[in-house]
Design a protein around this ligand. Structure first.
Ligand code: DAK
Length: 259
């Protein structure tokens, strides 16, 4: 696919995805969403990339779905668009790759939803975050009504969804919607530092932990604990488990190999 609105840069086990439609504040039209989907597929197949930092060019992370394009949609187009958005976000969540949102500016509507589908979110103190869809006479269409309450609780989620208010990065941090807040210049270095740490770990354990946390949150506690036990058993037949424990005993850094 010829990508114009999404740029992918790979540096060893760390990739950077830059939303690159700054004139429209990186709004998600069908083309941009398809390009993002294509990038996620490429990273999934790559097999070497462990972490991907997702950020935006200009003053926005992603200012939401493209309102101009959506204004011409009929209900069937809306269904297709919603299904496509859900599929893209689900593929990030279920991916072996760890997605780190580096929220440089506006993360609104679909942009906030993409941030929430990431595994970790860091925000610049310039960022504005929210679900303003209600102001357009719609509601979130890429999982926002479901991921937001799971992350910050139902009452806080309903306040954001029902008022359509945008919040600052500090407020998002207070609500547990982002992991940390940085000065704008420190945003990408902070994201890279976390990505570097994660990329030095076992790829198998990265994917096991993502699966256990994400799946476990949506099932009952007993089943979730069983899930952990099954992954714990599986861990004991991996080379990384042998290497990690051997390295500890030999007082050296582990050299994880399993993918
Ligand atoms: N869509 C299209 N264009 C956008 C845009 C967006 N979401 N956000 C900004 N732009 C464009 C502006 O129209 C403007 O273009 P020109 O007029 O220069 O051609 C350019 O980006 C710069 O924006 P501004 O001039 O407005 O910049 P400001 O700094 O003054 O304001 C702003 C920044 C972020 C406060 C403002 O642009 C704004 O309020 N933007 C809209 C934010 C928003 O409402 N986002 C939520 C979008 S709705 C569903 C599927 C998906 C969804 C829902 C349902 N189903 C299928 C059921 C998702 C919905 C959404 O995400």
């Amino acid at each position: 696919m010829d990508r114009q609105n999404v740029v992918l840069i790979k540096e060893g086990p760390i990739a950077t995805i830059k939303m690159n439609r700054p004139d429209a504040l990186n709004a998600l039209n069908l083309q941009t969403l398809a390009e993002l989907s294509d990038v996620i597929d490429e990273l999934e197949k790559d097999g070497f990339v462990k972490c991907a930092i997702l950020t935006g060019e200009g003053k926005a992370f992603i200012a939401g779905a493209d309102i101009k394009q959506m204004s011409g949609m009929d209900p069937m187009d809306a269904k297709k668009f919603a299904r496509m958005g859900h599929a893209v976000l689900d593929s990030m969540e279920s991916s072996k790759v760890v997605y780190i949102a580096a929220v440089n500016g506006f993360a609104l509507g679909g942009g906030c939803e993409i941030m929430m589908a990431c595994d970790i979110a860091i925000a610049s103190n310039k960022a504005k975050i929210g679900q303003p869809e209600i102001n357009l006479g719609i509601h979130p269409g890429f999982g926002g009504t479901q991921r937001l309450p799971r992350l910050i609780g139902r009452m806080r989620a309903k306040e954001l969804l029902l008022t359509g208010d945008n919040i600052t990065a500090d407020e998002a941090y207070r609500l547990g919607l982002v992991n940390r807040v940085t000065e704008p210049d420190a945003l990408l270095p902070a994201a890279r530092e976390i990505a570097g740490k994660i990329a030095s770990k076992s790829a198998v354990q990265i994917s096991f932990i993502k699966t256990m946390v994400n799946k476990g949150a949506d099932i009952d506690l007993m089943s979730a604990k069983e899930l952990e036990i099954s992954y714990f058993i599986a861990s004991f037949s991996t080379e990384d488990r042998s290497e990690g424990m051997k390295a500890f005993i030999e007082k050296r850094r582990p050299d994880f190999k399993d993918r």
